[in-house]
Design a protein around this ligand. Structure first.
Ligand code: FE
Ligand code: CA
Length: 529
């Protein structure tokens, strides 16, 4: 990886001109002519020279397939000041090699970074071999990006012997350091799944570990600068460069607890809120390694998708924000209200629900994974007979929650595993059909991952632990330290390790495994390992 010790200061080296190319090693297979041949786009500049290093946000890859992957970067010599780029399109070349020294380049090409998309670059590489590691790099006007490493998925019909991945969520920049990613980097993972709250929208506040630049996010510029600030974090940046990511969002990528067209307190006109949503979605797309199929159109951005890890696991990556109806019982903690049983209330929206159940019905995968945002278990947070529910999560939309669990209970879906973020706590839950006079049974398991940093230093036994465990006997583990969940998946078993750090308001916390659970193929339910 390119050593950039002077982050976040900018390079004071003399800038290099576009006529110099500095890829690590170039071979005949790199189409050099294509770089400099005149093109129809008259405005494209090649005599441009960067005053400062443009790859300050690093590189990333994502949404792998058996023969390809998305490569991402963004030209941003002044990352916190709208990128610091001229309003000009610039050519960016890229290359993919089998080796870190770029001796065996297998794919290469050029693309254009445009000011309309904040000079972000999304390259959809194809023609790669399944199930193997690759290295990649970008170059623009003589400046060369750090090297990234990525991996293709196994062939569609292959039963891969193993998958090692981690899932993460909720990385409030002000509330702590991303020490968890420093440890994740050493886990040798095939991929990373991010379940949302990648950024937070609040304005900068004093007295925290770090400080957001700027006020509460509203303009496109605000959102872009916030992503740039987060992506400047060296641990986050290094983890993006180390493995492909599969990302989805939760609420804070736009605004707290929003639902479809409704802002948190319904105090913004839905038409205005949709304009803000469009700006937020655009900045999200610009900063994530997503495919063109996820390109936003105004306030609409198709993000839910299926990613098949050969025949071992299907990942249904869900979007529980964009298509929601407003929280039927209102927000936050409440005693249940009848409206949560309204069949019209939805967290997925009808199209996504049909796509999900249709896909699951036809699945031939050993493990069927719902990679999504909010708690699916009906967690009761109040001691005694009264039920206290967090209404922004699935139980606020109880009709649809039961619909999905009943569907899973029909037994057509092999080994359903729900991955959840949002909570800033670790949970290990059996998901039960304990309603509607149904025979209570476990129909799926839910692994809830804690935050990377949101909530600050956490606790192994937070004050709500006793109530959560006593009121909800299907909850096998509850903990509110920071970290991520590492999963080691084989055809025979799924092992989940809750990896935690004991503090994040200071750097340097060591990593420990706080709990481990195993799910055996064909046996629904979590077993403590
Ligand atoms: Fe969060
Ligand atoms: Ca209760």
């Amino acid at each position: 990886m390119t050593d950039r010790k002077n982050w976040p200061l900018y390079s004071a080296e003399p800038s290099s001109s576009c006529s110099r190319r500095r890829f690590l090693a170039t071979t005949g297979s790199l189409a050099a002519a294509a770089l400099w041949a005149p093109r129809a786009e008259g405005a494209l500049r090649r005599d441009f020279a960067f005053l400062d290093y443009p790859f300050t946000l690093g590189v990333a890859s994502g949404d792998p397939t058996p023969d390809g992957v998305v490569l991402w970067t963004r030209l941003a010599p002044q990352p916190l000041f709208d990128g610091g780029m001229p309003r000009l399109p610039l050519e960016v070349s890229w290359q993919v090699a089998e080796d870190e020294g770029f001796k065996k380049v297998v794919r290469s090409g050029t693309t254009t970074a445009t000011p309309e998309w904040a000079h972000s670059v999304h390259v959809e590489v194809d023609g790669l071999a399944p199930g193997r590691w690759y290295f990649y790099q970008f170059e623009s006007c003589g400046e060369v990006s750090p090297t990234g490493r990525t991996r293709t998925l196994p062939a569609a019909d292959a039963v891969a012997p193993a998958l090692r991945f981690a899932f993460a969520s909720c990385q409030h920049f002000e509330q702590g350091y991303f020490t968890a990613y420093e440890h994740m980097l050493k886990e040798d993972l095939d991929l990373v799944v991010h379940l949302g709250d990648y950024i937070y929208e609040s304005g900068g506040r004093d007295g925290k570990s770090r400080k957001h630049v700027g006020g509460e996010l509203s303009s496109l510029r605000d959102y872009r600068n916030r992503y740039a600030q987060y992506r400047g974090d060296p641990d986050l940046q290094a983890m993006h460069a180390a493995a492909p990511w599969i990302v989805t969002w939760d609420d804070h990528e736009v605004a707290n607890n929003y639902a479809g067209t409704y802002s948190e307190r319904d105090d913004v006109d839905p038409a205005d809120f949709l304009k803000q949503r469009a700006r937020a979605y655009k900045a999200y797309y610009e900063h994530m390694p997503l495919r063109r199929s996820s390109l936003p159109h105004g306030p609409d951005m198709p993000l839910y998708r299926r990613i098949a890890y050969g025949q071992l696991a299907d990942f249904y990556v869900l979007d529980t924000r964009q298509y929601r109806t407003d929280q039927p019982c209102g927000d936050n903690f409440k005693h249940p209200c009848p409206e949560s049983y309204d069949p019209e209330a939805t967290i997925l929206g009808e199209s996504q629900r049909k796509w999900l159940t249709g896909g699951l019905s036809a699945s031939t995968a050993r493990w069927n994974v719902l990679a999504q945002q909010v708690l699916m278990a009906r967690a009761d947070f109040e001691a005694g007979p009264e039920e206290l529910i967090y209404m922004d999560q699935w139980p606020g939309y109880e009709f649809e929650r039961r619909q999905i669990l009943k569907f899973l209970g029909e037994g057509r879906v092999a080994n359903p595993v729900v991955l959840t973020g949002d909570n800033h706590a670790n949970w290990a839950n059996d998901l039960l059909t304990n309603f509607d006079n149904l025979e209570p049974k476990t129909v799926a398991v839910e692994l809830v991952g804690t935050s990377i940093s949101s909530g600050g230093d956490g606790s192994n036994v937070p004050k709500e632990s006793e109530t959560v465990l006593a009121e909800n006997p299907y909850v096998k583990f509850y903990n509110a330290e920071r970290g991520y969940v590492r999963c080691m998946v084989t055809p025979r078993e799924w092992r989940a390790d809750y990896q935690v750090v004991e503090y994040v308001t200071r750097k340097g916390a060591p990593l420990l495994t706080r709990a481990s659970f195993v799910i055996e193929d064909g046996k629904l339910g979590l077993v403590k390992a």
